[in-house]
Design a protein around this ligand. Structure first.
Ligand SMILES: [Zn+2]
Length: 382
């Protein structure tokens, strides 16, 4: 499957701009999580450097092969990184990473090259560092050594504007007068968190949500059997990033894991809570992907509970095997505020990125959950 199957309108416009050689210096791809923005950015960079100008789905020339492994010399990717306590100014932003984080980064890049929907999450990364923008500056002014165009992709671009916004302001200078043969693509789930000055310099493309049947086809295209693909696509509500993170886990394990997590956080038992706190505070540092996954599974589960609740008898849930449990939950917790529970999970997920005290965050999560399950308002979120 090709990006055009997911975002046909945007992709046609982008291809036309390449054909007519009417490229902008800077693009913003925005839309909710899992709508193929990052993949589109990588694909656009590939096409701009492909030797085979007539065929937009080449994938086989020397340049495209390098893109496949994300190792093309004209591809520069920037993502949020943890700030280094003792920054060595002689090293670049990657060179200042700790050995552990550097290994996580290499592993993440490897995963992303295999799966364009993989989300790179380095522990403690809260913002796009000023030193990363300095790297962009340095690289953008270097002479172009290879045919094509240098493409700078900034993932999670809203994190340019954290704190005093020094990274955003520094980038702004490059966007105002971009070096020749350089093109910038910013991607974000949160367009409104970007500075207006940045927004005004980008050509903006809104990526709409992907429909569930396209996600299902994508999964089948990856070799997933139809039954599994249907369940995952439906369970993830068409969030392709989330759906593709479930590819290598059997559906039985996915639903067992989800159910276990839901029981841990819904049923109030002291022993349960102690175990939960121990397990998840450790997971947050040792295996952040697994930590995120559990919360995302719970989020999807609660969203399905909301869907079933709102559709009464006539619903189209393909997930027969979790349906009974969800109905049971709806019966036991008829007043549960599912909208607020969704927000609470978002908040708990972002706490990890913001480096907040995880233990405190998790305690707050469990307590707030009890309040919301009863349909009461949370007084204060720590
Ligand atoms: Zn090619």
């Amino acid at each position: 499957m090709n990006i055009i199957d997911f975002q046909p309108n945007i992709w046609s416009v982008l291809l036309k701009s390449v054909r007519l050689n009417k490229l902008s210096n800077a693009y913003l791809f925005y839309g909710t999580q899992g709508c193929a923005k990052e993949w589109a950015a990588l694909e656009f960079a590939r096409i701009l450097n492909c030797f085979n100008k007539e065929n937009t789905s080449c994938y086989s020339c020397e340049s495209c092969i390098k893109f496949k492994s994300l190792q093309h010399p004209n591809l520069f990717m920037t993502f949020p990184l943890p700030a280094s306590k003792k920054e060595n100014k002689k090293k670049d932003s990657i060179g200042n990473l700790s050995q552990d984080n550097y290994e996580i980064l290499l592993d993440s890049l490897n995963k992303k090259s295999e799966n364009p929907f993989y989300k790179i999450n380095i522990p403690g990364a809260q913002r796009i560092l000023l030193s990363s923008i300095k790297d962009i500056k340095k690289n953008s002014f270097l002479k172009l050594e290879h045919a094509g165009k240098k493409v700078f992709i900034i993932f999670d671009a809203h994190l340019l504007c954290v704190g005093s916004g020094e990274s955003a302001n520094s980038l702004l200078k490059i966007l105002e007068e971009p070096p020749e043969n350089s093109l910038f693509i910013l991607t974000t789930d949160f367009k409104n968190k970007l500075l207006p000055t940045i927004l005004s310099r980008c050509q903006k493309y809104f990526f709409s949500d992907i429909d569930i049947s396209s996600v299902q086809l994508y999964l089948e295209d990856q070799g997933i059997d139809k039954e599994k693909a249907t369940e995952i696509a439906s369970f993830s509500f068409g969030n392709i990033q989330f759906a593709s993170s479930l590819i290598n886990i059997s559906n039985t394990s996915i639903f067992r894991k989800t159910q276990k997590f839901i029981e841990q956080i819904v049923v109030f038992k002291r022993d349960n809570w102690e175990l939960f706190l121990k397990e998840f505070s450790m997971l947050a540092y040792r295996n952040p992907d697994e930590y995120y996954l559990n919360f995302q599974l719970a989020q999807a589960w609660f969203n399905h509970a909301m869907k079933i609740r709102s559709e009464y008898e006539s619903h189209s849930l393909e997930l027969k095997r979790i349906e009974n449990k969800i109905r049971e939950f709806n019966k036991n917790y008829p007043n549960a505020d599912l909208v607020e529970i969704n927000k609470l999970i978002e908040h708990t997920l972002s706490a990890l990125k913001l480096n907040l005290d995880i233990n405190l965050t998790l305690i707050n999560f469990l307590m707030s959950m009890q309040t919301l399950l009863k349909g009461k308002k949370i007084k204060k979120v720590i």
